[in-house]
Design a binder for this molecule. Structure first.
Ligand code: PBG
Length: 321
C-alpha cells in the first residue's frame, strides 16, 4: 500500500477527492449601517458587515473563485414581531443587500435563507400559536418571503425552516410569478442541533429563543432513515439541490443522500463546527490551516458537491497559495 504514498507526485495522482474554491459557499451576516463591522465573539474571525462592506466582500469572493455567497440578516430588535412579517418586506435588509450585490456583481450566485427566525420575537422559524409552530400558515408566509427575495434578484432560495410541503409550495409560488429561473436549495436534512449556537448569537436570535428549542420541526440527531424520507419529499416537490446540516458530525447522512439521489448535495459546516476548530486553533491546540483544509477533503470524500463554510475565503486563499 505504501508505494502509492511514497512521493507527493504519486499521492496527487492517486488522490480520490479534491477541494477547489469552486466547492465553497460563503455564508455572510449582514447588519444595518454604513462602513460598519461587528465581530461575532463566539466565531473568532467572523464579522457582521453593513451592506457596503458585504458588497466588497462579495467582490473578494469572486476574486478568490468562490461561486456563491449566502446572506443572513441581523434584524434590529424593533423590527422583530410575533409573526415575523418583516420577512416579507420587499425592502428589508436581505432584499436591499441582494439588490446592492447584484448592482455591482452579476456573475456570482446569491443564496438567501427562507425561515422566519431572524424576524420573530420568539426566535422560532415559523408562526406560533398556543405554543405550537403552525405548518401551513407558516408555509404561506415563507412563500411571500421567497417571492420578495427572488424579486430582489436572489439566484437560489434556500428554505431552512423544515416545515412540511414548503418546497412544493414555494416552487409553485415562484412559478406563478414567472420566477422560473430561481433555484431551490432545500435544507432537507436539517437537524435540531446545538451546533447552531454561535449562529444564533451572530444573528441575535439566541435571546429571542431563550430556553426553547426547534425539535418539533428540525430532525432528531438520532435519525438517518428519516433523512432519506425528507430528501425524497423535497426532490419530489422540486428541489434543485439538497443540503445536510450540520456537516462534519453528519457525514454519514451526506453519503447516504448522495448515493440515494445523485442530486447536487451540499453540506453546511455550521457555526459551532467553525467555532470548535477556530477556538482550538486560537489556543494553539490545532493547526488551523491544516484542519480546515482536511475538513473540506472529508466533506468531498463523503460525497458532498460543495460546502457552506464561514472559512470559505481563508480556504480559497490557502488552496491558491
Ligand atoms: C435559520 C438558520 C439557522 C442556521 C442557518 N439557518 C439556525 C437555526 O436553525 O436555528 C444555522 C447555521 C449555523 O449554525 O451556522 N433557520
Amino acid at each position: 500500500m505504501r508505494r502509492n504514498r511514497a512521493d507527493e507526485w504519486v499521492r496527487r495522482l492517486t488522490r480520490e477527492s479534491n477541494v477547489t474554491p469552486g466547492d465553497l459557499i460563503w455564508p455572510m451576516f449582514v447588519q444595518q449601517g454604513a462602513r460598519a463591522r461587528t465581530p461575532v465573539p463566539s466565531m473568532p474571525g467572523v464579522e457582521r458587515l453593513s451592506i457596503d462592506l458585504i458588497v466588497e466582500a462579495v467582490g473578494e469572493a469572486k476574486a478568490l473563485g468562490i461561486p456563491a455567497v449566502a446572506i443572513f440578516p441581523v434584524t434590529p430588535q424593533e423590527l422583530k414581531s410575533e409573526d415575523g412579517k418583516e420577512a416579507t418586506n420587499s425592502d428589508n435588509l436581505v432584499c436591499r443587500t441582494v439588490r446592492a450585490i447584484k448592482e455591482k456583481h452579476d456573475d456570482i450566485g446569491v443564496i438567501c435563507d427562507v425561515a422566519l427566525d431572524p424576524y420573530t420575537t420568539h426566535g422560532q422559524d415559523g408562526i406560533v400559536r398556543n405554543g405550537k409552530v403552525l405548518n401551513d400558515e407558516t408555509v404561506e408566509v415563507l412563500c411571500q418571503q421567497a417571492f420578495v427575495q427572488a424579486q430582489a434578484g436572489c439566484d437560489v432560495i434556500a428554505p431552512s425552516d423544515m416545515m412540511d410541503g414548503r418546497i412544493g409550495a414555494i416552487r409553485q409560488a415562484l412559478d406563478d410569478e414567472a420566477l422560473h429561473d430561481v433555484s431551490l436549495l432545500a435544507y432537507s436534512a436539517k437537524y435540531a442541533s446545538a451546533f447552531y449556537g454561535p449562529f444564533r448569537d451572530a444573528v441575535g436570535s439566541a435571546q429571542n429563543l431563550g430556553t426553547a428549542d426547534k425539535r418539533t420541526y428540525q430532525m432528531d440527531p438520532a435519525n438517518a432513515d428519516e433523512a432519506i424520507r425528507e430528501v425524497a419529499l423535497d426532490v419530489a416537490e422540486g428541489a434543485d439541490m439538497v443540503m445536510v446540516k450540520p456537516g462534519m458530525p453528519y457525514l454519514d447522512i451526506v453519503r447516504r443522500v448522495k448515493d440515494a439521489f445523485g442530486l447536487p448535495t451540499f453540506a453546511y459546516q455550521v457555526s459551532g463546527e467553525y467555532a470548535m476548530l477556530r477556538g482550538a486553533a486560537d489556543r494553539g491546540w490545532l493547526d488551523w490551516e491544516k484542519v480546515i483544509v482536511e475538513s473540506m477533503l472529508c466533506f468531498k470524500r463523503s460525497g458532498a458537491d460543495g460546502v457552506l463554510t464561514y472559512a470559505a475565503p481563508q480556504i480559497a486563499r490557502l488552496l491558491g497559495a
